[in-house]
Design a protein around this ligand. Structure first.
Ligand code: PBG
Length: 333
């Protein structure tokens, strides 16, 4: 690849092509557009907006605001949103029963959005029990263990009710073993053959999820417990590729790496090895860091956000879940 046929300096001057904006644009290898963005949205059961202290600029949206947000996403050219519910404390139980209530907040939200904007916007729903469980874990806990198979059975029901409500993409974020295949089978049996599965395939046990847990109110429930028995350790690479291979074999349509910036090597490898639609989640803690530095005047918000998003594209991501989505889409317009 690197044959210097023109001979070294001064014949070869890489700066020639960097000299003008038109030339830099012409040789640009990666691109960033609103169609690369997925907007994660928090929805709460009352009306109006609720700020989130650790995610300045991101609000929990009342169920009355959700259609406006969906229309805003359409207007900005954002292809899809991902919905995360805030469950009132009195609805949280140790089995997360509200997750399988066909009239829960997520299902109501999906129905509202779909009846307002139809197929102009993709709707992605998380599958995991943490927004609904009194202990804050993604599954059922028995004798201190998050039990796998029993959890998967519930996740299948959760996926089916969300698909029944009109969800386009089921996104299991729980990291239980075998859940993709079981959910695929459950969706097929329920007639949802065209509902996609975007698997959180390589999801790490990360300290960068803190503000998200504030936003959905699961931090208190979790009470400092870790998710290391089901989410991956940060030192793992082969294990991430293995997880992706398993999820693809079980029927995932696309895969995700999460968090984003500290795991760009994983994004790159997944894309190179599997060549399938690969997404990356710029998680809440990443949003918080860039926002905070911007607020302090230490970094330029717009520049660092767009640079970080381009980094994901350069690493090989086909799309990015990011709380900056509407703002970035506006900048890119
Ligand atoms: C829940 C879930 C989490 C996130 C997305 N889905 C949190 C967790 O695993 O504890 C984190 C997203 C973010 O930090 O922005 N299963």
């Amino acid at each position: 690849m690197f044959e210097f046929q023109r001979g070294p300096f001064p014949r070869t001057r890489p700066r020639r092509q960097r000299r003008f904006e038109w030339s830099r644009r012409l040789v640009a290898e990666s691109t960033l557009q609103p169609s690369d963005l997925i907007w994660p949205i928090f929805v709460h059961p009352q009306s109006g907006l609720q700020p989130i202290d650790s995610l300045p600029g991101v609000d929990r949206l009342g169920i009355d605001r959700i259609v406006d947000a969906a229309k805003r996403a359409c207007d900005l050219g954002i292809p899809a949103i991902a919905i995360f519910p805030v469950t009132p404390a009195d609805l949280k139980t140790d089995t997360g029963a509200e997750a399988v209530n066909p009239n829960n907040l997520v299902c109501q939200t999906v129905r509202r959005i779909k009846s307002a904007v139809g197929d102009s916007l993709g709707v992605i729903c998380d599958v995991a029990l943490d927004p609904y469980s009194s202990h804050g874990h993604d599954g059922i806990v028995r004798d201190g263990d998050v039990v796998n198979d029993e959890t998967v059975a519930i996740l299948c029901r959760q996926a089916v009710i969300q698909a029944d409500a009109g969800c386009d993409v089921i996104a299991p974020s729980d990291m239980m073993d075998g859940r993709i295949g079981s959910i695929r089978d459950a969706l097929e049996s329920a007639g949802h053959v065209n509902v996609q599965i975007m698997s959180y395939a390589a999801k790490y046990a990360s300290a960068f999820y803190g503000p998200f847990r504030d936003a959905v109110g699961s931090k208190g429930n979790l009470g400092g417990a870790s998710k290391k028995t089901y989410q991956q350790s940060p030192e793992q690479t082969d294990e991430a590729l293995h997880e992706v291979a398993i999820d693809l074999a079980e029927g995932a349509d696309s895969v995700m790496v999460k968090p984003g910036m500290p795991y760009l090597d994983i994004v790159s490898k997944v894309k190179q090895v599997f060549g399938v639609p690969t997404f990356v989640y710029q998680v809440s803690g990443e949003y918080a860091m860039l926002s905070a530095a911007g607020q302090l005047g230490w970094l330029d918000r717009r520049d660092v956000v767009l640079e970080s998003l381009m980094g994901f594209k350069r690493a090989g991501a086909d799309g990015v879940l990011t709380y900056f989505a509407p703002e970035a889409a506006q900048w890119l317009a």
